[in-house]
Structure formats: structure tokens, C-alpha cells
Design a protein around this ligand. Structure first.
Ligand code: ARG
Length: 274
């Protein structure tokens, strides 16, 4: 299968991408440095003229589906649009998939160019795929029902159920730090939060920016009892067979920092909170 799909790959001239980057940059040294990086090698995309993206679209405000249209929306979606613009491509979003299938899908190739999913850069993931330079800092959090007397200590007990999203760094943190608690692996963090709300589970371990946003927007009856400074950073997953694309994405991310596009996206989704 990969032979066939590979033939459908489209060569994208690196000169064009480099020209675009140089063209929209100022004379600042960062922009000047960014262009040759993209020119280092050519890259391929799975659909001609498009940056095809995958994610798990149940992780607001990084990614979710618009309630009316069903279209993907969120911080990462805006980042993907800006990346595509900086590369002279059109953005192309595929339907949501389970978080723990994203890295294997990118590794196997042929379906999507990037996974952008609030995905923490970890050694295990970097062994499978390339991760871009970091574009968001994050931490973990423990969320319980508001007014609950639970603590990290009281939760570390077999009678307590901790809900996590399968395959995430939050799930890893719970395994390591709440070894005695019962873990419930769910396919979305929304299911985890709703389950705590309805009393099915005692707590959720989840990325702090997401738990803060969710409590503010939809779960006012939940609260964060602990912020855990894991010092995580999000990156974009790209196939190791496509190093030119990693270079081009990194150059575009640098350009987005430089030209204010990233700051505008941060302001849009987090105000001053990020
Ligand atoms: N940052 C965490 C991780 O990388 C959670 C990411 C979950 N993302 C999502 N789109 N559901 O494991």
C-alpha cells in the first residue's frame, strides 16, 4: 500500500516555499535565517498543493468541532492554517481519529502530512516520528468535582477511579504518580470530564490549558485541585521520511513567531492566559 500511495506523493519545489518565506518576512535576521532552512531539501505532501492534517478533535481549545458546522476549529486549526499559508499550501483537515493512532498514522505515511494535536514532544514519540520545534508550553492538572475533599494523596487508592485519555502524557503521569488508583482510559478528555461531573469517576488527569479552558467554558462544577509542573511542550508530528517538511514547518513556525501570527492565535484562544 505504501508503494502505491508514495507514487501519488507530490514533489513541492523547495525554492517556492523558501521564496514565500523570504518574501513575507521582514529584513530581520530570523526571517533571513529561516529561508535557507526550508531550501535544504525538498518535501512531499500527500495531496497536491495541500497540507493534510490529522488530530483528535476533542481537546478544546486546541481542537474541537464547531457545534453548528462540524468543522474543525481551535488553536491548532488556526496554527495549521497559518503554517499552510506560510508554505504556500491550502489546509486540508481529515476527520478526527483516536489520539493514540496519530503517531502510527504519520509513521505509516500516505494519509496525512502532519498531526497537530496538542501533542507533547516525548522521547518515545521522537523515536517514531519527527517532532517540530515546540510551539506551546503545557503542564498537567488533576480535576475533581468542585467542593470535593480529594487530594493527590487520597486519590492514590484502589477505590478511586482516575479518568484519562488513552495514550496521553496525562495517562502516563497517572500511571507513575497514582499507581494504586484504578485508571479508566477513555478516547476523549470530554468523556473523562463528563464522567467526573456525573460521579462515574473521581478525577481526571489532563493538560492544564485544556482543563482550565473546559472548566471556564463548560464545566463550572469541576475544579483543579493540583497543577503539576511537568514542563511539557507541544510539537507537530511529521514522518521521518519527510525531513524537508520538518525543516519547512520549523521555518514557518519561526516566521509565525516573528511576524505576529502566533501571538494573534494565542490571543484569540487564550487571551492573556497562555
Ligand atoms: N499533551 C498530551 C499528550 O501529548 C495530550 C494531548 C491530547 N490531544 C488531543 N488532541 N486529544 O499526550
Amino acid at each position: 500500500m505504501s508503494m502505491l500511495t508514495r507514487r501519488q506523493f507530490v514533489q513541492v519545489g523547495s525554492i517556492a516555499a523558501a521564496g514565500l518565506l523570504a518574501g513575507c518576512g521582514s529584513s530581520g535576521s530570523d526571517a533571513a535565517d529561516a529561508a535557507p532552512q526550508a531550501a535544504d531539501g525538498e518535501y512531499t505532501v500527500v495531496n497536491e498543493g495541500k497540507l493534510t492534517c490529522i488530530s483528535n478533535l476533542f481537546f478544546p481549545p486546541f481542537e474541537s468541532m464547531n457545534e453548528t458546522t462540524g468543522d474543525p476549529e481551535g488553536f491548532d486549526i488556526d496554527v495549521s492554517k497559518s503554517l499552510a499559508e506560510h508554505l504556500g499550501l491550502e489546509v486540508n483537515w481529515l476527520p478526527s481519529q483516536d489520539f493514540d493512532t496519530l503517531v502510527p498514522t504519520i509513521k505509516n505515511g500516505g494519509k496525512a502530512d502532519i498531526a497537530i494535536a496538542g501533542m507533547t514532544i516525548t522521547d518515545a514519540r521522537q523515536a517514531e516520528v519527527d517532532m517540530s520545534d515546540p510551539y506551546v508550553d503545557s503542564n498537567q492538572s488533576i480535576v475533581v468535582k468542585a467542593g470535593s475533599t480529594e487530594t493527590a494523596e487520597s486519590l492514590d487508592d484502589a477505590s478511586k477511579t482516575i479518568a484519562v485519555q488513552g495514550g496521553t502524557t496525562g495517562a502516563d503521569w497517572a500511571d507513575e504518580n497514582l499507581p494504586n488508583a484504578t485508571k479508566k482510559r477513555l478516547s476523549t478528555i470530554i468523556d473523562a470530564m463528563s464522567g467526573v461531573q456525573s460521579g462515574l469517576y473521581d478525577a481526571v488527569v489532563c493538560d492544564l490549558p485544556v482543563s482550565r479552558y473546559q472548566i471556564k467554558m463548560s464545566y463550572s462544577d469541576l475544579e483543579i485541585i493540583e497543577e503539576i509542573p511537568t514542563g511539557e511542550q507541544y510539537g507537530i508530528a511529521i514522518s521521518k521520511d519527510n525531513p524537508g517538511l520538518t525543516a519547512a514547518i520549523n521555518a514557518a513556525l519561526a516566521e509565525m513567531q516573528e511576524d505576529g501570527s502566533m501571538a494573534a492565535i494565542e490571543a484569540e484562544w487564550f487571551g492573556s492566559e497562555l
